[in-house]
Ligand binder design. Structure first.
Ligand code: HEC
Length: 190
């Protein structure tokens, strides 16, 4: 017969496991905290690309200086690298060069910051803000809603515009891309 003390500890262990399992589930369901809002991103970050789309949206893409420097040296993006993307709506016209004429800001800044060394979905943190630094009002599941698309760039450290970013790092020339797909569907090649 099993001594009473073992039976007790056994059931305690079971309850403990159930408790931990439940805590794990709750943790998993809790949205990840967002990476910090980059204050004054137009001054503190470097604009490396513009993407115009057939749905009339035009976006500016930004990178922090240390990420750019690492790329120039042929190194992976280091911890602390921040990338950001800001959306504008066109007014339906194009300028002489065929680029969208912007009418207004969409008040949306998407941000990703590398939190740990390495590459891929476990090392980046994400954030979705309005331009005054408040969380984007639409219900967003972080980071899942970002990874849905960014996972497509798994070979490029989740950076969808990696090719443009590398071209900018090498040349210092603002990159431009025109995408004939709407929304943020991935356009290749870039
Ligand atoms: C529907 C697909 C899609 C979703 C969802 C999405 N992105 Fe993106 N993201 C893109 C595409 C495509 C680009 C490249 C620019 C372009 O083509 O408009 C991009 C570019 C970026 C960039 C610039 C660096 C890079 O990877 O090129 C950042 C930063 C970014 N997204 C952050 C986010 C964050 C934060 C979220 C979640 C809140 C998010 N994205 C959700 C498609 C998506």
């Amino acid at each position: 017969m099993v001594p009473r003390v073992f039976r007790l500890s056994g059931s305690r262990l079971l309850r403990g496991c159930l408790g931990l399992g439940l805590a794990g589930l709750l943790l998993a369901a809790k949205p990840n905290p967002m990476v910090p809002f980059p204050q004054d991103h137009r001054q503190t970050l470097v604009r490396y690309a513009v993407v115009d789309r057939s749905d009339g949206k035009s976006r500016d893409l930004y990178v922090s200086a240390q990420g750019l420097e690492a790329l120039r040296q042929g190194l992976p993006l280091p911890v602390g690298t921040t990338l950001a993307i800001e959306t504008f709506s066109g007014d339906g016209r194009q300028d002489a060069g065929g680029r969208l004429v912007r009418a207004k800001e969409d008040n949306q800044l998407h941000v990703m910051t590398k939190l740990q060394p390495g590459e891929g979905s476990r090392v980046w943190g994400f954030g979705a803000y309005t331009l005054d630094g408040k969380p984007e009002p639409v219900v967003i599941e972080m980071p899942g809603n970002c990874l849905v698309c960014h996972q497509e760039a798994a070979d490029d450290d989740l950076v969808i515009s990696k090719a443009m970013l590398e071209r900018f790092a090498a040349s210092g020339e603002l990159q431009y891309s025109r995408c004939n797909l709407s929304g943020r569907q991935l356009c290749t090649p870039r």
